[in-house]
Design a protein around this ligand. Structure first.
Ligand code: TXA
Ligand code: MG
Length: 311
């Protein structure tokens, strides 16, 4: 039996499976299965108030779970399969565990482009609910090795290449007429506005959009080491993340997110490099400035959450 067929069997059996997607690795369970979905929350240590994204084969399957209006369908047509999640009104009779939606009347839906994720979905009787495959609050996983490091043999892991985007999907709220970005990602505000031919708003998490995206509020993506942003020098006890021509590390140790100054490369390397530096035991990580354009917006958003200290 192939690994993918085996993983599909595990899912049908009520188990949790770690699967590769083009954004990051996910920790999946069949979305109608209450006890399997609850296992995800347990394994991640995730608060039950933080809803999950369901992963679908296509729009036909998505429409069994959510209501897609004209704008939502326009986005689907332009960006699916791919790294865009739509929050849409929950279809009242959708066969989805209440633990997935955390009691909200909306549901987050994404159609991944990764061939293994697509192949797995084609073998499953329902969509796969999957958060990123990391302990709640820690750095997301872009390699299967990261998943093993965190969860050992608690889950079945589908081993594949590293996630090419490297940052989680862009999330847009399509439940109201003005489309709003809840989480930036590879699909940018400009990309969305070009396709919709109208303005798209960005969420101001400081103002407290707590009801719309509970998981978007707190510190997140945080390595154990303290993260210092926009660094122009390195302190003695710091590991370094450079970008482009910056050379904070000087003669010392550090990694460069993209020596060529390429933002998609920096995005793809970010979580991997943060994890790597975190294993070396430095108390702090100094990060060079990253241009705030294109996918750099999402890189900076993840970094600024990583830099928030835990209460
Ligand atoms: O790229 C991705 O999106 C990855 C891969 C595995 O697909 N998944 C991922 O899931 O990043 P997670 O659980 O780590 O992040 C999902 C975010 C959470 O912040 C959650 O609060 C938000 O989506 N979310 C889920 N359902 C929502 C809803 N109905 N309304 C608003 N936000 C929602
Ligand atoms: Mg996550």
């Amino acid at each position: 039996m192939s690994t993918i067929a085996y993983a599909a069997k595990r899912l049908a059996n009520g188990d949790v499976v770690a699967l590769p997607t083009e954004t990051v690795y996910g920790l999946g369970a069949l979305c109608h299965d209450d006890s399997a979905v609850q296992k995800i929350f347990q394994i991640k240590g995730r608060p039950s108030c933080n809803p999950l994204i369901i992963h679908v084969r296509d729009l036909v399957q998505a429409e069994k779970y959510g209501v897609f209006d004209y704008q939502a369908k326009t986005l689907v047509k332009a960006f699916w399969p791919g790294p865009l999640t739509l929050v849409v009104p929950l279809l009242p009779k959708a066969k989805v565990s209440r633990y997935v939606t955390a009691g909200l009347d909306t549901i987050a839906i994404r159609c991944p482009s990764h061939p293994i994720a697509q192949n797995l979905l084609s073998l499953c009787s329902s969509p796969i609910a999957a958060p990123s495959a990391n302990t709640s609050g820690y750095v997301s996983s872009t390699r299967f090795e990261h998943v093993y490091q965190e969860f050992g043999d608690k889950v079945t892991v589908i081993e594949s290449d590293r996630s090419i985007v490297g940052l989680e999907s862009t999330i847009v709220d399509c439940s109201e007429s003005l489309i709003k970005i809840l989480r930036p990602g590879k699909v940018t505000q400009v990309d969305l506005e070009n396709v919709l031919n109208s303005r798209v708003s960005t969420s101001d998490t400081k103002a407290g959009s707590a009801i719309k995206a509970p998981g978007q509020l707190k510190h997140h993506y945080s390595p154990r080491a303290e993260v210092r942003l926009n660094a122009t020098y390195k302190e003695e006890d710091e590991a370094v993340l450079d970008f482009g021509a910056s050379n904070l590390r000087g003669g010392g140790f550090g990694l460069n997110l993209s020596p060529e100054g390429n933002l998609p490369d920096a995005a793809a390397n970010l979580f991997d490099f943060l994890r790597h530096l975190d294993t070396l035991g430095y108390p702090k990580i100094a990060v060079a400035p990253i241009p705030n354009k294109g996918i750099g917006v999402a890189v900076n958003e993840r970094l600024s959450r990583a830099a928030l200290r835990k209460e």
